[in-house]
Design a protein around this ligand. Sequence first.
Ligand code: FAD
Ligand code: NAP
Length: 342
Amino acid sequence: MQFETEYSLKPHNSFGFDVKASFWASAQSIDDIRDAQRFCQENSLPLLVLGEGSNVVLVENYPGLVLKIAIQGKAIIKADEAKVWLKVGAGEHWHSLVQWTLDNDLYGLENLALIPGTVGAAPIQNIGAYGVELQASFYSLDAVCRETGELVRFNKDECDFGYRDSVFKGALRDRYIISHVTLCLAKTPDLKTDYGDIKTELVSMGVVVADAKSVAEAVARIRQRKLPDPEVIGNAGSFFKNPIISHEKFAQIQVKYPNIIGYAEGDLVKIAAGWLIEQCGWKGYRSNDAGVHDQQSLVLVNYGNADARQILDIAQKICSSVRDSFDLELEVEPRVYGVGVR
Ligand code: FAD
Ligand code: NAP
């Protein structure tokens, strides 16, 4: 395994922040992960795990080893009449996997098309979009314990999935490195087209009878239209989670803002953080190269040479505005790495 020094992380974080890692390595196997752990223990270095860096805010140079998880491979490990269990290396690109499943007549991931990142990072925040979450197709994952090097299997219940959340963002944060994810996919599609503009998009594509591939294509087209491409404008997708509040609180906000839309989430109500931010006048805001996207206020952007502190400064101001106007606290979604930040 090769350890590079003073390695630029600019191409490895979707915000495009120009920071460096003291050491960098890429893990192609579980043995590589263990070698990296040994290297850190022997040299008393901190370890930061990265997939494709599309959900992180790197505030400054990292004074340790940044380990990219690049484990590849897909294997069908079991099948019955209705389902197929597919084990996938954590370093596989998520969208390529979605395409591969559709090419192989396996269903369940179509609404999750075009989400950036790796398969191994998908369970960390239980990725979700267009009314579907990873957990619907998730079976188990294998992960190396950062303390002992032991390989541990987590089943679905043990991952404690929630809305853009899992045990790996909470109690087991930074405790495991995911090497493989096993999905349970359907042999027959169960299309979910009720969310947002999917149906309208299918019509404009000329689709008369939708199938899983056309749904994935519709989702991809909507996403390409609405969201900034990190290759062109740096961003980490949604910067804040959507608040989930009580019906009582929702009713209070509705008095002042009758146009607010709420979505039922169990006994609670989910409201769009992007809408709250827009009401506070932040849509399209720009200060030097840091800003708020002009089509989706939930996405903070780096137009070129912004650094993480400029983005966090805007984030903080947005949080204050939303607190003042709605008496609500916004929660940052990407993981922020920097001195004094946990
Ligand atoms: P990274 O950013 O590299 O890592 C994220 C976190 O996971 C870090 O804390 C890292 O340490 C940890 N991690 C990564 N890999 C592993 C591993 N193998 N083992 C242990 N820990 C690991 N998210 C959604 O849920 N839905 C969306 O629709 C969506 N759309 C997006 C659109 C855009 C334009 C962008 C830029 C982001 C979007 N995201 C979305 C966020 C992001 O794509 C997901 O969170 C994705 O799963 C991150 O994958 P990654 O490989 O880039 O993870
Ligand atoms: P959108 O369709 O404009 O909707 C705005 C918000 O309203 C979304 O956050 C969504 O919540 C909620 N919403 C809309 N219709 C809903 C419905 N029928 N039922 C329940 N909730 C509904 O959002 P967008 O920004 O274009 O994103 C589209 C999808 O991609 C969303 O699911 C979003 O989460 C996902 N996405 C995520 C990220 C990320 O980084 N996490 C980035 C880009 C897009 P939900 O977010 O809960 O769906």
